[in-house]
Design a protein around this ligand. Sequence first.
Ligand code: 5GP
Ligand code: MN
Length: 338
Amino acid sequence: MTDQDIKEIKALLSAPKHIVIVPHKNPDGDAMGSTLGLYHFLTEQNHTATVIAPNDYPDFLKWLPGQEHVVIHESDKVRAEALIAEADLIFTLDFNALHRSGQMETPLANSDALKIMIDHHQQPDDYATYMFSDVAMSSTCQMVYHFMVMLEATAAIETKIATCLYAGILTDTGSFRFPSSTSTTHIVAAELIDKGADHSEIYNAIYDTNSFERLQLLGIALKNLKILPEYRTAYITLTQEELNASNFRKGDTEGFVNYGLSIKDVIFAAIFIEHKQEGIIKISLRSKGDFSVNEFSRANFGGGGHTNAAGGKSDLSLNETVEKFISILPSYKHNLNL
Ligand code: 5GP
Ligand code: MN
């Protein structure tokens, strides 16, 4: 983002606007934290801002300040699309290709509103008027903080904004353990604590609110875990039946994939989750070091993300998807055996 961009954005925001803020489909902590953090910031400055999420988000985020005002496109299409049609300005946060907003892709593409992208994923598409894209960033929430610094508006950051942004940094950095958590990330986190984020309460609200069923499902996932030592790879499968038996709720499988990566010598972990309703297998991929799961997913499973965390999907059955995955590994052997 250039100085000129910032100047123009400051001018844009100097008078009240109708603003829509959009996270990606299946929003995670960073997507909801960044959109809601920005929502409070813009609302305080007399804009009419609305967060419109493509679909619902997990229960462990349903305490974030302002989340009760989020409009869900999937279940409230008419209202969501009227808001998009009225918008002067649309922020797209934590994604960089309009198809990542699912069914919102067409209304967003058809809108004449100016678009501002704030995102840290690889290979951004070229749809935004203003683009703040940086793959080195820990999280979109950290970038929203930097955006407020660029606007010389950090004085406006109060407890609600700080809480939302801290929550997204916490989740996207795996509680500050991923390599993308830099000293700057910690400084931003410290600033947010000084501005009212209660780090202990936020951690508790996100991570220590498991249901009994979720822990049972984790037990099943861990039983299904397989290791392929020659590829330093581990994977987990979950069938729709297994999800149903544990009374699956959105977000219940969040973080399961990391258990594969916690095994000694494993540097590549996957989870394959059957979604009967959508007719797909949702795939989450994680890695350690230089092995790029973004490239792996783009090449084989129509997805993408970051070097060490990416997602994708498959139209094959669960068994066929796993067979495909295993059959591809030999061609990555030299990348995995480093
Ligand atoms: P997760 O595995 O937690 O769903 O996603 C890991 C990372 O990859 C997140 O940053 C997420 O935004 C991104 N991601 C997940 N699924 C997809 C996908 O289908 N396409 C792309 N481009 N990115 C994805
Ligand atoms: Mn993110």
